[in-house]
Design a protein around this ligand. Structure first.
Ligand SMILES: Cc1ncc(COP(=O)(O)O)c(C=O)c1O
Length: 432
């Protein structure tokens, strides 16, 4: 196990070179550590609950490639299945029986999904579902919640969460006003605000999309009655309810948030876990709505690599592992142990903090709380989070490099890992 000071010479060298090759030296913004400061760590390999960097440091990893590594990194049966599938070719661009297998698994598990379309990322799934909401209802306006992130399609880059919040950009240059004009926003957990939007835009709202548990404004849970209230309001106004379960799907329960909370939306987007670490997204829902999608219907959407055998295989193997008895009980148990341990040491060391978890997804804010929405989340002490993050890295613990991201647990994390993490947090929190 690693102790003491971090060697970073190789990470620094690679990242310095990367700055000349890719904007900000990365392929996705949060990885650059902009919001926590300091040198990003360049990974060399990952296995189980651990990551190793190019300087040879080992970390307990709570990012899990931002959610997909729910069985642990490089799970042997997932890796073997991908190798075997690759022998038969990496992409067909033609129907493939594996698509049926994964589609059936998704349909069986996720209450709202009667039919599904595979795409290549969560962004793509959310972009397509928005088009489908509009195509089906013949209405243009949609509601999203402040701090919820649905990928980087133009229509969603209005006070979006996650990367955009982290970089302090309320919006993004390059997004035409016309594309966001029909995107209405409300604070999370605020049913009255949603009611008002429906009242002031009668017959114009196609639907609303939300993260049923937020992971992109930090970790925020829906208050009692919030999801049920949205279900009622959308029905009342002839609008569609869409759960963006790219993060929560097959993570907070096998059937996602909708199974866990017993609220069935009309449409659902998925990603991350269903690709087992390869690029996959999906959208699905009621058959009468999905019948609009080309070629069954007139709403166009397509993809060269969609449904490719490698991604389907990784997803199938991952879901097979996750449906084994005890998987979610393990995630529930170790994650709640971690969070209560972290909150306890924060209290002992005199830091205002709040947090929580739902199964294998968790978060911790450096504010007294409670955190019900993005405005509350922004009260968190970001400077302190940056110092905590760096201190934890030094201790061999890899946390998401932003206060506005959730943490992810895997089946590979052990009680020993949790104990070590809490011990490390105690050491760091007593110094910062
Ligand atoms: C809830 C949610 N929706 C959509 C996305 C976008 O997915 P992707 O990064 O695969 O495009 C993310 C990514 O983190 C997400 O968390």
């Amino acid at each position: 196990m690693i102790t003491g000071t971090l060697k970073t010479a190789k990470s620094e060298e690679i990242f310095a070179a990367a700055q000349h090759l890719m904007p900000g030296g990365v392929s996705s913004p949060v990885r650059a550590f902009t919001s926590v400061g300091g040198q990003p760590i360049v990974f060399d390999r990952v296995n189980g609950a651990y990551a190793w960097d190019v300087d040879g440091n080992q970390y307990i990893d709570y990012v899990g490639t931002w959610g997909p590594a729910i069985c642990g990194h490089a799970h042997p049966s997932v890796v073997r299945a991908i190798q075997e599938a690759a022998e038969k070719g990496t992409s067909f661009g033609a129907p493939c029986a594996l698509e049926n297998v994964l589609a059936e698994m998704v349909i069986d598990a996720v209450p709202s999904v009667e039919m599904v379309r595979f795409v290549n990322s969560g962004t793509e799934a959310c972009m397509a579902v928005l088009r489908l909401m509009r195509a089906f209802t013949g209405r243009e306006k949609v509601i999203k919640f402040e701090g919820c992130y649905h990928g980087h399609a133009d229509m969603f880059l209005v006070k979006a969460g996650s990367g955009v919040a982290t970089l302090g950009l309320p919006d993004s240059p390059g997004v035409p006003k016309s594309t966001t004009a029909a995107t209405l926003t409300a604070p999370y957990n605020d049913l009255d605000a949603v009611r008002q939007l429906f009242e002031t835009n009668p017959g114009e709202i196609a639907g609303l999309i939300l993260e049923p548990v937020v992971g992109n404004a930090g970790f925020i849970v829906p208050e009692a009655g919030f999801l049920a209230g949205l279900r009622e309001l959308t029905r009342e106004h002839g609008a569609l309810l869409v759960f963006d379960e790219v993060m929560t799907g097959f993570r907070i329960a096998y059937g996602g948030a909708q199974a866990r909370f017993g609220i069935t939306p009309d449409l659902t987007t998925l990603g991350k876990v269903i690709g087992g670490g390869l690029p996959v997204g999906a959208y699905g829902g009621r058959k009468d709505i999905m019948a609009m999608v080309a070629p069954a219907g007139p709403m166009y959407q397509a993809g060269t690599l969609s449904g490719n055998p490698l991604a389907m295989t990784a997803g199938i193997k991952t879901l097979e592992l996750m449906r084994q008895p005890g998987s979610y009980e393990h995630l529930d148990r170790v994650t709640s142990r971690l969070v209560s341990g972290l909150l306890e040491v924060a209290k002992e060391t005199g830091h205002a903090a709040c947090g929580g978890s739902v199964s294998g997804m968790f978060g911790l804010f450096f504010t007294e709380g409670p955190v019900h929405n993005f405005e509350d989340a922004k009260k968190s002490d970001l400077g302190k989070f940056g110092r905590f993050h760096r201190g934890m890295l030094e201790q061999g613990i890899y946390l998401a490099p932003s206060q506005f991201e959730a943490g992810f647990m895997s089946l590979a994390h052990t009680d020993e890992d949790i104990d070590r993490t809490i011990e490390a947090a105690k050491a760091v929190l007593s110094k910062i």
